[in-house]
Design a protein around this ligand. Structure first.
Ligand code: FNR
Length: 398
């Protein structure tokens, strides 16, 4: 059947947990979780369990949330052209990112403040990612420290997402800590020179009310504000609007780790990124939380892939909710996808088991989609598998 995988040459460290049917892996005493058929179902449980301000912080985006929805909608404008009678008795979802073996091309996007979803927060997420045999990107503004997340699943690969602070010594210290804790790459977020205006947080006067684990003193806490989003005021202290491509060169001089830029949309940003020495590019608009009206990521992806011309790996995130979405993104040239909100919905629904469930749902859907497309391996997923009908296509041709 589609879910059987070809044994792959992998070290014991990176070998995913033995495969068992999904039902066996779901937590025993969680009827609500068992009633979930897909990752979107997990959101309903999370919404019920979380305080409104927290749910809105996770779910929301910038201004009218046009881009939050456009990211998801873009997948509806790409259709699959499956091949018949290929022989898909064995389907293998394994691949690599920057040479690191992973059991499926789905990474965990950096998502801040995970302890608002579950007391174990990022620690639970790290364990679930490790058990699934994939890679977690840990946020600068996490609620478990760089070292705590590393020791939660020491053998698993992970990347550290960096917000570059105006005081460079703060960032230099974070880079050194991530290196020392065995993180395998740095992922600099470049779509956030300023924090996007998240109006749900403004209306809720949102304050996470918990400390950022990588910082000490005042900067770890969001300030109390009379009106508006405390989070926006506090987070802004960690962002530097003066960043340029020079910043990547500055990082290059301070770390041996590969550097990935997260938040590229324009194909014209690919050349400066490569010249500055990056190893990977994440096509991302921060899940629609930054520039509202930004082009959906799936539509931006093919242009970035073309400009990169195989010189660096290209990943994509924003709106990935289905195994078929993963196939579409890979067919358009992504090496892997990242998922953000599905992870917090799983975490809020049932902690580590909920994240494991979200990842297992994506894995089994991906294996099914690959089988139905006639693609027994990740390498078999090519451009000819999809036909695109993006709303932006007439503009691109003009
Ligand atoms: C994010 N994202 C994000 N990105 C980043 O570089 N650093 C961060 O700390 C965060 N924090 C964060 C919090 C929350 C609640 C969300 C939803 C997102 C963006 C994230 O890495 C990713 O780009 C998007 O989440 C992808 O879109 P989907 O999968 O959520 O649709």
């Amino acid at each position: 059947m589609a879910s059987r995988r070809k044994p792959a040459a992998r070290s014991a460290k990176t070998r995913p947990a033995p495969k068992r049917p999904l039902a066996e892996r779901l937590p025993e005493a969680s009827p609500a979780l068992e009633a979930c058929a897909c990752v979107t179902d997990l959101e309903a449980i999370a919404r019920q369990k979380l305080p409104k301000g927290v749910y809105d912080y996770y779910a929301g985006g910038a201004e009218d949330e046009q881009t939050v929805h456009a990211n998801r909608d873009a997948y509806r404008h790409v259709y699959l052209r499956p091949r018949a009678l290929v022989g898909v008795a064995r389907v293998d979802t394994a691949t690599t990112v920057l040479g690191i073996p992973i059991s499926l091309p789905v990474l965990l996007a950096p998502v801040a403040y995970q302890r608002m979803a579950d007391p174990e927060g990022e620690v639970a997420t790290a364990r679930a990612a490790a058990a699934a045999g994939t890679l977690m990107v840990v946020s600068t503004i996490a609620t478990a420290s760089i070292e705590e997340v590393a020791s939660a699943a020491p053998a698993a690969p992970r990347w550290f997402q960096l917000y570059m602070a105006p005081e460079r010594e703060i960032s230099e210290h974070l880079i050194a800590r991530a290196e020392a804790a065995g993180y395998r790459a740095l992922c600099l977020t470049v779509d956030t020179p300023l924090l996007g205006r998240r109006e749900r947080d403004v209306r809720n006067r949102f304050n996470p009310g918990m400390a950022l684990a990588n910082f000490e003193g005042d900067i770890a806490w969001m300030p109390r504000t009379q009106s508006g989003s405390s989070f926006a005021v506090g987070a802004s202290r960690l962002l530097d609007p003066s960043l340029t491509w020079e910043t990547i060169r500055w990082m290059r001089g301070r770390t041996k780790l590969p550097i990935i830029v997260k938040g590229v949309i324009a194909a014209s940003d690919v050349e400066p990124a490569i010249e500055a020495g990056v190893s990977g590019i994440v096509v991302s608009n921060h899940g629609g939380r930054q520039l509202d009206g930004c082009e959906p990521t799936l539509a931006a992806l093919p242009n970035v892939v073309e400009a990169a011309a195989g010189r660096v790996e290209v990943y994509v995130d924003g709106g990935v909710r289905r195994g078929t979405d993963v196939v579409k993104a890979l067919a358009l040239g992504a090496r892997a996808v990242l998922v953000g909100r599905p992870i917090v919905w799983g975490l809020a629904a049932a902690g580590q088991a909920g994240v494991a469930t979200a990842l297992e749902m994506l894995r089994s859907e991906l294996a099914m989609a690959m089988a139905l497309c006639g693609c027994p391996t990740i390498d078999a997923i090519g451009r000819e598998l999809v036909v695109t009908r993006f709303a932006s296509e007439p503009f691109q041709r003009a």
